[in-house]
Design a binder for this molecule. Structure first.
Ligand SMILES: Nc1ncnc2c1ncn2[C@@H]1O[C@H](COP(=O)(O)OP(=O)(O)OP(=O)(O)O)[C@@H](O)[C@H]1O
Length: 762
């Protein structure tokens, strides 16, 4: 596929500073002129330059008009502008019958979701594209029939989950390869027919709600997941010969997982690093892009490793051939993210080199139906053993069955009107947006907070007046009013009463873990508007009271995930002040806020799986590290509760292990007990014994310069400044043969020793 073809279009976009960056006085390291982007290394003078199809400046130069960000003096690239450049192209191509794909790449919090989906009134490319698609359909009056389907899936930990259903099979959906076309598809993925933009919007809400629930259940941090929305768009017209033909386009809109962890070198030094699926899909995508770029440059014999991950299998055609492809790379403006942002720019630069050859997918319908029928006949024969094995294209009976089902589903698609009617009814029955979405609640309620702002505010639980509301698990003896699943949730976890305008929360079982505004809750407590409530290890909510919306002192008007995490960190004794900090300290603080919820989670898993390990976040100052010039470093201390042995894990290693621990926990929830037999050297909780720095003690050697002994009992102080153990030490001057000096052989002036040999024993 060298030469020819059309290059992947690449755009980059830089977002405004977030609140934390502003508080800290962050510097903007990105500059743009026309389509060119410059990045400035904070420590060197010359910027690096990258050219793209578009460089979007969305860092400043905007104002908020009723919730919509508009450009002042044309400086700020608005959502509309990005759509006009990129989304419109996707639409035009779809109408022409090409497949199109749009990817958003970048580190967590860099603005991928803003560009793709958008927030509030600032709708992103996906909703605008869908909206415009239906507007164009409505404008069309030449008798063309249009058929649109929508599907939404998530890839997390190499498992594919359908986001349009609550019941995904254990281990996720299967990714299979169509033996004839060579392409991969997700078996049993729900593809719903949609007849209007409204329906798509509601489906997206449904998908987002399912993502949120799944993410809190497992605390499967959503920034590690890839979300793929696929819209198939078929146009049925009559050709000159009066034959019905179908022009098909499939539009893939992909919000990739945060890129910062793509690099598994973060886990250097971890003997288990190969075992983890740590962002396997994202690294595989990087490899596929590199291989494709090499191929387009004419390098021979490049093998493109599509099969290495679920994501690259599904995007095979989007990346490597029949698709017009666009990538938007989201950039953080802040100096502290220099390394990540540079690697994003390099990634985008490589993607530019890929060339695709998209073709129009148009075929007479009769032919499509005939082919499917013939294929099905053949598959049925194969399934009943009527065909010789060599003509089964190497398919197993299981694969034959799957292919038959897939073909049947496609056949059913030809009865479009029935399919659309059926789905529309379903939507109405389910009243999808009833429990979720933008419904305004007038009674006191809890609203969820998620690390991903897209998933915050998606789940709401009202509190009913005059009765006790119990929060707990669904296997409780009496079904709780609010059901939660996940770590450290007790059967009966919390009890809430709402009488005489007062709402009071208390643990429903002693020991049930609840924190209100960061502090552990042991008894009753009145809830106020905007209080933060953490249930178990990862169900975080804001309590909203529209009846008494006054704010207690110190509570901001809007409480977000960052605020709640900062408060939890403060309560655990970590400083979150932000002025006058060095870059190292800033980085350390970022990492504390990032790691603290993960440490809580891993502790909860350890408890639930009886692993007898306790994890604790520790700050190691320069003096305690091998390289004494290094600044403060955040590490995780692991303690074996059976023998009190201690290990120190680097951040990368901890993240890696946590990922594997999550996998193990998922197995446990799925009722798969095999984790109990895991070999010790594959167990993410296990580490072999090793040397550990317990702490330091200072021995003052001044007495030696007077030929006097140093004899003392010293405390060894650990990284927290606590005395861990005592050391008795005797340092004594001696003769060359080790014999002690005479009792009275001290000197009055150390200068007497200058230039002489000195011997001492420890
Ligand atoms: N172009 C922009 N203009 C204004 N605000 C933006 C822009 N891009 C991003 N933001 C803001 O920056 C924040 C982070 O963006 P966003 O949630 O899109 O990041 P993300 O890369 O999708 O993160 P995650 O990987 O966690 O999903 C959001 O509050 C968003 O509103």
């Amino acid at each position: 596929m060298s030469g020819g073809g059309e290059s992947v279009k690449v755009a980059v976009r830089v977002r405004p500073f977030n609140q934390r960056e502003k508080d800290r006085g962050a510097k903007c390291i990105i500059k743009m002129t026309g389509p060119t982007t410059y990045i400035q290394n904070p420590d060197t003078p010359n910027p690096k330059m990258f050219g793209f199809d578009y460089s979007y400046w969305s860092h400043d130069g905007f104002e908020d008009e009723d919730g919509v960000l508009v450009a002042k003096n044309d400086k700020y690239a608005t959502q509309r502008k990005v759509f006009d450049n990129l989304g419109q192209g996707v639409l035009d191509n779809a109408f022409e019958g090409y497949n199109c794909s749009l990817f958003a790449y970048g580190q967590t919090g860099s603005g991928k979701s803003f560009s793709m989906v958008g927030y509030g009134k600032n709708r992103g490319i996906v909703p605008i594209t869908c909206d415009e698609l239906f507007q164009s359909i409505d404008r069309c009056s030449d008798g063309t029939k249009f058929e649109v389907t929508f599907s939404m899936l998530e890839i997390y930990n190499e498992q594919v989950r359908d986001l349009l259903t609550k019941d995904n099979p254990k281990g996720g959906l299967n990714v299979r390869q169509n033996p004839k076309l060579g392409l991969f598809y997700v078996e049993k993925l729900k593809k719903v027919a949609v007849g209007s933009y409204n329906e798509i919007e509601r489906r997206m809400e449904e998908g987002t709600a399912n993502r949120t629930v799944a993410s809190t259940q497992m605390n499967a941090t959503s920034s590690r997941a890839h979300t793929v929305v696929t819209i198939t768009f078929d146009q049925i017209t009559k050709n000159e010969a009066g034959q019905e033909t179908k022009k098909s386009s499939s539009i893939n809109l992909v919000d990739l997982a945060g890129s910062e962890r793509a690099d598994s070198t973060g886990a250097t030094g971890d003997r288990l690093k190969e075992g983890a699926n740590i962002n396997k899909s994202l690294s595989a995508l990087g490899n596929v892009i590199s291989a494709l770029a090499d191929q387009s440059l004419g390098k021979k014999k490049v093998v493109v490793p599509y099969r290495d991950s679920a994501l690259t299998k599904l995007l095979m055609s989007a990346l490597g051939g029949n698709s017009k492809t666009i990538m938007i790379a989201a950039l953080s403006p802040a100096d502290i993210n220099y390394d990540e942002t540079l690697s994003t720019l390099r990634y985008a630069d490589r993607a530019k080199k890929i060339k695709n050859k998209a073709v129009v997918n148009e075929n007479p319908i009769d032919k499509l139906i005939r082919e499917l029928r013939e294929e099905n006949e053949r598959l049925k024969k194969a399934a009943s053993g009527q065909l010789p094995e060599q003509s089964q294209a190497g398919m197993s009976p299981e694969e034959i069955r799957a292919q038959l089902l897939e073909n049947q589903a496609q056949m059913e698609n030809f009865d479009w009107d029935a399919k659309l009617a059926e789905v529309t009814n379903q939507i109405e029955d389910a009243q999808l947006s009833k429990a979720h979405g933008p419904v305004k609640m007038t009674v006191p309620h809890f609203v969820n907070l998620n690390e991903d702002p897209m998933l915050s505010g998606v789940i709401k639980h009202p509190i009913v007046e005059g009765k006790e509301t119990i929060i707990g698990r669904k296997d409780a003896d009496v079904m709780p009013d609010i059901i939660l699943t996940g770590l450290s949730i007790q059967k009966q976890h919390a009890s809430i009463t709402f009488d005489n305008e007062e709402i009071v929360i208390k643990p429903a079982t002693s020991g049930a873990r609840i924190k209100v505004n960061g502090a552990p809750l042991t008894g009753e407590r009145k809830l106020e508007h905007n209080d933060r409530v953490l249930l178990g290890s990862n169900h975080l909510y804001v309590f909203m009271n529209p009846l008494k919306p006054g704010l207690p002192e110190g509570t901001p008007e809007t409480v977000d995930w960052d605020f709640a995490q900062k408060e939890l960190a403060e309560q655990s004794g970590f400083s979150t002040q932000n002025s006058g900090m060095s870059k190292d300290q800033q980085l350390a603080q970022e990492q504390v806020l990032e790691l603290l919820p993960m440490v809580t989670e891993v502790n909860a898993v350890s408890e639930e799986l009886n692993k007898y390990r306790h994890f604790e976040l520790v700050l190691i100052s320069g003096g305690f590290q091998e390289d004494k010039d290094k600044g403060t470093k955040v590490m995780v201390q692991v303690k074996n509760l059976l023998n009190n042995n201690i290990w120190m894990w680097e951040r990368g290693k901890f993240m890696n292990r946590r990922y594997m621990i999550q996998e193990m926990y998922q197995q446990y929830i799925d009722g798969d007990d095999s984790f109990k037999e895991i070999e010790q050297d594959k167990d993410p909780f296990f580490d072999p014994p090793e040397d550990v720095m317990l702490g330091t003690a200072n021995v003052f050697l001044q007495s030696l310069s007077y030929l006097l002994d140093f004899d003392d009992r010293l405390a060894i102080t650990d990284y927290k400044g606590l005395d861990t153990i005592f050391l008795t030490i005797l340092v004594t001057p001696c003769h060359p043969n080790g014999r002690s000096l005479d009792e009275d052989s001290f000197i009055e002036d150390p200068a007497e020793l200058l230039g002489q040999k000195y011997h001492f024993k420890v």
